[in-house]
Design a protein around this ligand. Structure first.
Ligand code: WAQ
Ligand code: MG
Length: 237
């Protein structure tokens, strides 16, 4: 699902479900597009692609680690410290992220040079074709599954981050929501999905994602991120 106003991106969502659940899912996504905190969209686009069940890869969800950051300064410090394990350019990755104009997708950043590798610098790389395994239809109306609220931004972010980190060329991801009310971000790496409260000030419209990579085949990496179907299992276990 993609919702926009005057060509400006408002919200998006993805899932992989059996055809029998498509009607229900489309309904949920439209409702959700209509009540987004960034405002009512002038256009909502739902698109559906058939996925070969045999092609779907199942991946275990990243474990969640709560970093309990107290304020934006502390959060920035923790983000940079986590990224420093993987790149000498941690500070620059952070600067890229807070300076960029809002994109639909993510920046792809070379860990060794801090160069941005995505072919379209305005759009970025849009991760698609991922969903959560094992949420049966009944669970969709209850509050939580394994202590992580269902339909939450966090849950969807864990799905996205788990898919992204499931490619061997991806080293880490850092994310700041573009919702002005949503001030918890994350850094995902081989140590898990690190939740970072206070990553930005409330009311800020800034947001973005950066994928840190080391790759000899950037085209192949982008193809995986954009189109390989992945189902994520066991969130919060
Ligand atoms: N692929 C790549 N980049 C994306 C995608 C995608 N499918 N969707 C969003 N982005 C980029 C885009 O630049 C957005 O501006 C930015 O990420 C933020 O997107 O544990 O809601 O959908 O509580 O606003 C984090 C949850 C929620 C943390 C993140 O991101 C937690 C969130 P948003
Ligand atoms: Mg958003």
């Amino acid at each position: 699902m993609r919702a926009a106003e005057d060509g400006r991106h408002i919200s998006g969502a993805e899932n992989i479900v059996p055809a029998t659940q498509l009607g229900r899912l489309a309904h949920q996504m439209v409702e959700r597009a209509l009540c987004h905190p960034k405002g009512e969209p002038g256009s909502i686009t739902i698109s559906v692609d058939r996925v070969d069940p045999a092609a779907v890869r199942r991946v275990k969800a990243l474990p969640v680690v709560d970093m309990g950051t107290r304020d934006t300064r502390h959060a920035r410090h923790v983000v940079v410290e986590l990224l420093e394990k993987h790149t000498p350019h941690a500070q620059q990755v952070w600067e890229h992220l807070i300076r960029v104009r809002t994109m639909r997708g993510a920046m792809l950043v070379d860990a060794d040079t801090a160069a941005r590798l995505e072919p379209d610098l305005q759009r970025g790389v849009r991760v698609s074709r991922m969903g959560e395994a094992d949420t049966d239809a009944a669970a969709a109306d209850v509050g939580t599954v394994r202590d992580v609220p269902l339909k939450s931004a966090a849950r969807e972010a864990i799905v996205l981050a788990t898919k992204v980190l499931s490619h061997p060329d991806i080293i880490a991801e850092v994310c700041i929501s573009d919702d002005p009310d949503y001030t918890t971000g994350y850094v995902a790496d081989d140590g898990g999905y690190h939740r970072i409260p206070n990553i930005k000030r409330r009311g800020s419209h800034r947001g973005g994602r950066a994928f840190l990579c080391r790759s000899d085949d950037v085209d192949g990496l982008i193809t995986y991120l954009e189109s390989a179907p992945v189902l994520v299992e066991g969130i919060g276990e």
